[in-house]
Design a protein around this ligand. Structure first.
Ligand SMILES: [Zn+2]
Length: 612
């Protein structure tokens, strides 16, 4: 009897030995589900045969073709309308515009009304029930003098300055109560007294009204008495203003939440780092393994995050071949790729690439500000390709067959030539994730959410870092409100090099990061937590989506086509929703709903006015 037990024990030891051996030689890594290879398959919803009246989606945008500020403002508004898939006719202010068309609204991307040829007709448009959006501080002049009371001013004084922004309403989704406390954020305003009947949505830190809506006749003025709406970071305000002008305002959103960890997995320096040693008595490598990564996984688990990690093979600064595997201190670099990569995939994450090393893919002729960052420029496209080939070889050794689909440019810098070389060298690649709002004056690769002609999904990141930053919080709020996107990135070692985080130490830095991620989950739990590849599937559906809209007093009918799976719309209305068909509805803020649309025909029925 004893003998059988011993044989069993020996067999078990042998099998365990095999297991650990296999595990150590990365064998299991290749058995992991290649999560990013799963692409959505569904049938495309076809366009309905009936052509509906589209005027409820058609805006008239007036601007001054001779004024650069007006042109920039116009472009930003056009971009928001494009994201919302509304139609827009753009006219120069000195051209007579036919306002008899039943536009959804007329938008003024200029403050000098003396220049607007059709101003009298536009004012009439409002009296008859239309909405007129003033997107920048009105300029004093004869035209304005005859109409300021229609816009909600009781009296006007001189032009002045205001600072910061207080959000008084839910003009931004879950934005009520938010304060952009940056005193350096300065706007040109027009001082005056606002009519008490106006609904004020934003004020400055000095409590000067910045945004209000005011009824005039059967229609409405929506007035932004400040500057700044030409900025990408203000698009949530533009979206919010559009919603203020209509009883129901509905727009599609991408509806995704992504968190990128740049430079991960990557080589970790040997030895100790002062602040970490003081806080944890651990080497940097042990700290990452025992504290940082378990903390990151816990956060992901608790608040529904699926990380996309971007691999770096080495931190050498070489830009000439041969590109060799780094002198591997005791095989630690590869061990990191095995252990962290595997756990990242196991947690539902995705692996993408950041580079063979951290030198941005720019050629020698790019002698812009990247020189200031101490980077080397690459000698030729071929050298870039060779470095990418080495990175792919390195990854494939550990994760054979894994499709590397996402790329994040080092320091968010990427030249046109570098981009082409990268794509040519990596046929699986279909996502580039860089920056949404331009970096601090550097030659960064800035993107809009789109699909380029070469098939690459451009998926910018909107916010950054572990620690809270009031300006980033503002950009997050605007990003979610206009696009339905939270896209964030961190570097594992941010807390070592950034002054504030370094002062705080990891445990307090982690607390701040937790408050950010928890806040997103609490306020925007409806965002779909995604890896880069999964977000690209939703982006694709969003980009292909088209819709028509029929609005009635007690119902709203949407016909949607072009998408495969499920698309999200935000509906802003003060009407109460009774029932819906063809979608699921979720109340995500006061008078704000999320529609999850799965059928080509959607109907929303409202409680009839006067019903209790
Ligand atoms: Zn990096």
């Amino acid at each position: 009897m004893h003998k059988r037990h011993i044989t069993f024990a020996l067999c078990l030891i042998f099998l365990l030995g095999l297991f650990f051996q296999y595990n150590r030689t990365d064998g299991f890594a290749s058995l992991l589900k290649n999560s990013n290879a799963v692409m959505a398959i569904g049938t495309i919803n076809e366009q309905p045969a009936i052509e509906m009246n589209l005027d409820n989606k058609h805006y008239l945008l007036v601007f001054d073709a001779k004024d650069i500020n007006s042109i920039l403002l116009k472009r930003n508004i056009e971009r928001v309308l494009k994201y919302h898939k509304k139609k827009v006719t753009t006219v120069d202010s000195n051209v007579f515009a036919d306002s008899h068309l039943p536009y959804a609204g007329i938008i003024m991307a200029l403050g000098n009304f003396d220049q607007v040829k059709s101003m009298a007709a536009f004012r009439d448009f409002v009296r008859q029930g239309g909405s007129l959006y003033v997107m920048v501080t009105p300029k004093l002049g004869p035209a304005f003098a005859t109409m300021y009371q229609e816009m909600g001013f009781d009296s006007i004084a001189e032009p002045g300055l205001a600072h910061g922004i207080k959000v008084l309403s839910n003009v931004l989704v879950k934005g009520k109560g938010f304060i952009l406390s940056d005193n350096d954020y300065e706007m040109a305003i027009l001082k005056g007294v606002i009519n008490r009947a106006a609904h004020v949505h934003l004020t400055s830190l000095e409590n000067t009204p910045l945004l209000w809506d005011y009824s005039c006749g059967k229609g409405k003025y929506i007035v932004y008495n400040a500057t700044g709406l030409q900025e990408k970071a203000m698009r949530g305000i533009v979206a919010g203003m559009l919603s203020l002008g209509r009883d129901t305002y509905i727009y599609p959103v991408i509806g995704t939440k992504t968190v990128y960890i740049d430079d991960f997995p990557a080589p970790v320096p040997d030895g100790y780092f002062d602040s970490i040693k003081a806080e944890y008595q651990l080497s940097l490598a042990d700290f990452y393994r025992q504290v940082w990564w378990p903390d990151m996984l816990k956060l992901a688990e608790r608040y529904n995050i699926r990380y996309t990690g971007l691999i770096i093979e080495t931190y050498n600064n070489q830009v000439k071949p041969p590109f060799l595997p780094e002198e591997d201190h005791d095989g630690n670099n590869k061990k990191n790729l095995v252990i962290y990569g595997r756990e990242l995939l196991k947690s539902g994450g995705e692996l993408g690439i950041h580079g063979y090393n951290h030198q941005p893919l720019t050629l020698q002729q790019y002698t812009g500000s990247e020189i200031d960052l101490g980077y080397n420029s690459w000698g030729s496209i071929d050298h870039i390709s060779q470095s990418i080939a080495e990175l792919k070889r390195y990854v494939a050794e550990v994760y054979p067959g894994y499709k590397l689909k996402a790329y994040v440019p080092p320091s968010n810098i990427l030249s046109k030539e570098g981009r082409q070389a990268l794509i040519d060298a990596s046929p699986d690649l279909n996502i580039i994730a860089s920056l949404y709002v331009q970096g601090d004056g550097r030659s960064t690769y800035d993107q809009e959410y789109t699909k380029s002609k070469d098939g690459i999904y451009e998926m910018p990141r909107i916010s950054y870092d572990y620690t809270r930053d009031n300006n980033y919080d503002w950009e997050i709020l605007n990003g979610v409100s206009s696009l339905g996107v939270f896209s964030h990135f961190i570097h594992p070692d941010n807390f070592l090099y950034e002054e504030r985080a370094n002062e705080l130490g990891w445990s307090k830095t982690y607390k701040e990061f937790t408050s950010l991620i928890k806040g997103i989950q609490d306020n925007y739990g409806w965002l779909r937590s995604c890896t880069a590849s999964e977000a690209a599937v939703h982006l694709d559906d969003y980009l292909n989506l088209e819709y028509q809209l029929v609005e009635k007093q007690d119902s709203l009918t949407l016909r949607c086509w072009g998408f495969r799976n499920e698309v999200y719309f935000i509906l802003k209305t003060s009407k109460k929703i009774n029932t819906v068909q063809g979608c699921l509805v979720e109340n995500i803020d006061e008078n704000t709903y999320l529609l999850k649309i799965f059928a080509p025909k959607v109907q929303v029925f409202f409680e009839s006015v006067g019903a209790s």
